[in-house]
Design a protein around this ligand. Structure first.
Ligand SMILES: NC(=O)c1ccc[n+]([C@@H]2O[C@H](COP(=O)([O-])OP(=O)(O)OC[C@H]3O[C@@H](n4cnc5c(N)ncnc54)[C@H](OP(=O)(O)O)[C@@H]3O)[C@@H](O)[C@H]2O)c1
Length: 263
């Protein structure tokens, strides 16, 4: 199946590791020109080199940016324009906000969660829209969480701001449909990345049990009986981001092994 991605320019946010990296790799495999961005220049350089080695695609570049900062996002777009031109495809993504419940989360955490989880998405979309509207083609995929369907204990910032992204995504899908810009939200359940290890370790510390026991219980709660692999998430992201996707827009799709029980 040809996704039609050859030569398309894709900006993948938060992509030095985890789900962003897996998606950038998949897009590069399909022949897209890919720009990676995250905070660490060193991790980005290594990720870009790995992608080129693995795919043979040398059209992989990167720019360091803290996505919670407006100016950094503006710089990403300036650099992207000078290297590959403006994006046809935008993957919004960011590091997860700090864990905690309503009573433990501090004012500064709310502000960080707002800037990192929600405003980064707003600003990334703002930067991509002019070109997408002009050419009457664009694909936008927002990475969120299964929490858009079922809030997760002790992740109040994620539960709050990702629900905001889901609402934003649906509104954008409606507003941008006349421009052939398709907008979807993709929520991981528990896909094995550093973020999940971090959250499992935090749960182990809170409960005073071994992390292996946390993982065992967590996997037992998933109908498929295991954590997902980043590449299993990335293939869905690549399809939604591709020209082959011509009619899926405004959807909130989970890649969760059946974890969330709602319809
Ligand atoms: N994995 C899952 O199953 C799962 C489930 C639900 C929700 N999520 C959410 O999905 C998103 C991606 O998850 P993941 O599992 O891929 O996480 P991850 O493995 O921790 O990777 C996070 C990525 O974000 C980058 N990043 C972190 N803070 C950043 C910032 N301020 N500015 C720019 N880049 C930043 C990191 O790179 P640098 O360190 O180089 O900046 C890294 O590339 C997260 O928001 C996570 O909470 C994941």
């Amino acid at each position: 199946m040809d996704l039609g991605l050859r030569g398309k320019v894709a900006l993948v946010a938060a992509s030095s590791g985890g789900l962003g990296y897996a998606t950038a790799l998949q897009l590069a495999k399909e022949g897209a020109k890919v720009m990676l961005t995250s905070r660490s220049e060193e991790r980005l350089a290594s990720a870009a080199a790995n992608i080129t080695t693995e795919t043979g695609n040398s059209n992989v570049t990167f720019q360091a940016a803290d996505l919670s900062r407006k100016q950094d996002i503006e710089e990403v777009y300036q650099v992207l324009a000078s290297r590959f031109g403006p994006p046809d495809i935008l993957i919004t993504n960011a590091g997860g906000p700090p864990p905690g419940n309503f009573e433990s989360v501090k004012e500064a955490d709310w502000e960080l969660g707002f800037q990192l989880s929600l405003m980064s998405v707003v600003r990334l979309v703002q930067g991509a829209l002019p070109h997408m509207k002009e050419q009457k083609f664009g694909r936008v995929v927002h990475f969120t969480s299964s929490s858009i369907k079922q809030p997760i204990d002790n992740l109040i910032l994620s539960n709050t701001f990702r629900a905001g992204i889901a609402g934003l995504s649906k509104s954008l899908a409606l507003e941008l449909a006349p421009y052939n810009i398709l907008v979807n939200t993709l929520g991981p359940g528990r896909v094995a990345t550093d973020r999940i290890t971090f959250l499992d370790q935090a749960a182990a510390d809170r409960q005073g049990i071994d992390i292996a026991e946390v993982v065992r219980r967590s996997q037992a709660s998933i109908p498929l009986g295991r954590y997902g692999k980043p590449e299993e998430f990335a293939v869905m992201a690549a399809f939604l981001a591709s020209p082959l996707n011509g009619y899926v827009t405004g959807q909130a799709i989970l890649v969760d092994g059946g974890l969330v029980r709602s319809l």
